[in-house]
Design a binder for this molecule. Sequence first.
Ligand SMILES: Cc1ncc(COP(=O)(O)O)c(C=O)c1O
Length: 254
Amino acid sequence: MGEEAERLVLDVLRSGQLAQGPLVARFEEAFADLVGTRHAVAVSNGTVALVAALEATGVGPGDEVVTSPFTFAATLNAVLQVGATARFADLADGGFLVDPEAVEAAVTGRTRAVLPVHLYGLPADMPRLVETASRRGLVVVEGAAQAHGATVGGRAAGSFGVGCFSFYATKNVALGEGGMVTTDDDELADRLRVLRNQGMRGRYEYEVPGHNYRMTDLQAALGLPQIPDLPRPTSAAVITPPCSPRGSPTSRGS
Ligand SMILES: Cc1ncc(COP(=O)(O)O)c(C=O)c1O
């Protein structure tokens, strides 16, 4: 951590606002700008980023999520946490990333989402996966915990579907703990913000059952100075797969 992080941490300590404050908002803005999405929603870690993304896109009991068999346990724990079932699609030959053809073959009538994982900074074949998901009416959640600054065809990992990043101590943006969900979908971002704060929209106005997935300003103070060091994507986000919950106009089957 450099001097800028030290200065920002001291600013937070003196500001009197330790959690979900102005620095978290600045960090979200900087991260959305990096990934090229309209929104970035900060959360407490990468595991809950996945849980919140699945929950906010309407993935739940009875649904299947097609994902990689080669990943960190958090991917599966998040699927189980929302009550869904994981179906594994095998890896592309000679690599660490899920094979789009195997994903297509694993889709059943119960599949609600695909969850490719970008491992070791190597992004999965997102154009093909998004094409499959769009054709089959599936949500795309990207396991981007290890892919800050990674790009596919000049476009950032985390901008193809709902991006889920981790800022755990060993990640290439490291805050100790922390996570981020990226999306272009205004309604989804709004649901995520409500979900992460106990389901509360206005002060003590509880709209839905929620969680405490908030980030602290101390974490954001460590994160902000790390963003300019990352490579920037050269191409903007253009493909937006469906990610609205069941029953809304863009949900599966409509
Ligand atoms: C691929 C992958 N998914 C999810 C996570 C979970 O992130 P966190 O440890 O911040 O909960 C990690 C990192 O730990 C990871 O490497």
